[in-house]
Design a protein around this ligand. Structure first.
Ligand code: FAD
Length: 466
């Protein structure tokens, strides 16, 4: 008998850790609500996770087994459960973040003390973190080179499905805790359905259609042509091998531009692995700039501006639409995440860590590696970042990627009745006209051109050039 400890692999199908456990006899599946981990969570993610756990339990019950759910410290819970069920080993999926790895090391020590074998298995990524390196053995800091190696390496097939014989005949009658039981408020946002069926529906719909337009349309938030798989990949409600397999099949059916579009999607899966590689090698990127500077960056402490950004009240329509989408859906389109992150760091000159904390609290798909990677990219402090002197203009970005204003109008109702031209010239309209067109929508809280200059000077001073 073995225990499988579910964490970011809330599924039965295509689960490498679970399959490894089943090699040693019937498996007892376990999930532990760990206060130390919950301290870093936000309501949308906990709501999504509870829904995913509910589906996972259902799957196990269909197989005549159950998911044992416990609350407490895994260092105590797992050795106790191993003793209770006579399990001689525990398996789990490998963690990438520094905190996760520290926790796993502590659990390993506790299991060693209890004389229970343990094995952590690479499951969440197609390639082991740290396995794709430069010829000098360094972690890649430029995605393009990483991508070529990642693309050309063979990938594993999805893991064969388990049968009821692989699972222990156990039962857990305790209901799952509620959000309130775990100390969380109801999320402000509407959280999408979790579970493997929901993930598979998204994947199938995406691979049947949008994938072939992905490279042309993925940057246009109103088009909604991306997969929306991010929360599922974060919580492992679908296996990455299964996703890759479906994409490879969609790719193999076509040629030319359709093929290129599917490959562009694959490259986004590779970005996810790139950032995991970086976090694996440099756990401190969560709190420290990836790049070195001569002097500390003199970020602006401006609580009012930070609050206006969080509330979607900056007077820059595309930024506000993104920040309001975040509150309403616990999700933001990738292009708009970049624009909003650039605005916080390069227009408001606020430290990227403040923005990271807000996304961490609000995003249903918050993933340490991707979130910190995205923030450091936008702030120009990270890997393969945009150079500090290239500052997104939030007005021209809005005009280019939401030309009809459809996305902006959806999220900023004050602008619903005004023409797209006026939305995209909001910063240039005179005060009287602004008040006439949309009296409840704010004027821009900063002057972009002036802030752009200040941002460049701020970085030049930090680099020692100023
Ligand atoms: C400031 C900032 C913060 C971000 N925070 C997160 C985060 O917390 N969690 C997260 O999963 N993504 C994050 N991203 C990346 C990206 O915005 C989301 O993965 C994407 O918008 C999710 O939508 P989707 O599933 O429809 O993506 P799709 O376009 O369908 O892409 C498929 C999958 O590829 C991965 N992916 C796509 N783009 C990226 C990227 N740029 N970096 C890393 N992985 C990517 C995701 O797993 C995504 O689900 C962030 C980007 C920025 C600029």
């Amino acid at each position: 008998m073995r225990l499988h400890w579910h964490r970011r692999d809330l599924r039965v199908a295509d689960n490498a850790g679970l399959a490894a456990a089943a090699e040693g006899g019937p498996v007892v599946p376990v999930f532990v609500f760990d206060r130390g981990v919950l301290a870093h969570a936000g309501p949308p993610r906990v709501a999504f996770m509870l829904d995913a756990l509910d589906s996972l339990r259902e799957r196990y019950r269909e197989h005549g087994s159950d998911l044992l759910v416990r609350r407490g410290d895994p260092r105590e819970v797992l050795p106790d459960l191993a003793a209770e069920f006579g399990a001689d080993a525990v398996t789990w999926g490998k963690e990438v973040s520094g905190l996760g790895r520290e926790r796993d090391a502590a659990v390993r020590r506790a299991l060693d003390d209890a004389d229970v074998a343990r094995r952590s298995v690479q499951d969440a990524l197609l390639h082991d973190p740290g396995s794709i390196r430069t010829n000098q053995g360094e972690v890649y800091s430029v995605f393009t080179y990483f991508w070529k190696k990642w693309r050309d390496r063979p990938k594993e097939d999805p893991v064969a499905p388990l049968t009821s014989d692989d699972l222990a005949d156990v039962a857990d009658d305790e209901p799952l805790p509620s959000l309130g039981d775990l100390g969380f408020e109801e999320p402000e946002a509407t959280v999408p359905p979790a579970g493997t069926s929901a993930a598979r529906e998204l994947l199938a719909a995406f691979c049947a259609d949008d994938i072939y337009d992905y490279d042309d349309r993925r940057d246009y938030p109103a088009d909604e042509c991306t997969s929306r798989l991010s929360a599922h990949l974060k919580f492992g409600t679908i296996g990455i091998r299964e996703v890759y397999d479906a994409v490879a099949e969609a790719k193999s059916a076509v040629a030319g531009t359709d093929y290129d579009a599917a490959e562009e999607f694959e490259s986004q899966l590779a970005w996810r692995e790139f950032y995991s590689h970086v976090l694996w090698d440099r756990p401190n990127v969560v709190t420290e700039n990836f790049k070195d500077y001569e002097r500390p960056i003199e970020w602006n402490r401006d609580p009012d501006a930070l609050q206006a950004w969080k509330d979607g009240e900056t007077g820059y329509p595309i930024v506000d639409a993104g920040m309001r989408q975040l509150r309403a859906e616990a999700f933001v389109h990738n292009r708009v995440r970049m624009i909003a992150a650039s605005f916080l760091t390069k227009d408001l000159l606020v430290d990227w860590r403040e923005g990271y904390d807000w996304y961490r609290e609000k995003l249903v798909d918050h993933d340490t590696a991707n979130d910190v990677g995205g923030w450091q990219w936008a702030a120009s402090t990270g890997t393969d970042a945009q150079p500090y002197f290239r500052v997104f203009n939030p007005m021209t970005q809005g005009e280019r990627y939401d030309p009809s204003g459809e996305y902006i109008r959806e999220h900023v109702p004050e602008l619903r009745d005004i023409p797209a031209d006026a939305i995209h010239e909001w910063d240039e309209l005179d005060r009287g006209l602004r008040e006439m067109l949309a009296p409840d929508y704010p004027a821009p809280i900063v002057d972009h051109s002036e802030r752009r200059e200040r941002a460049i000077e701020m970085f030049e001073r930090a680099r020692g050039d100023g």
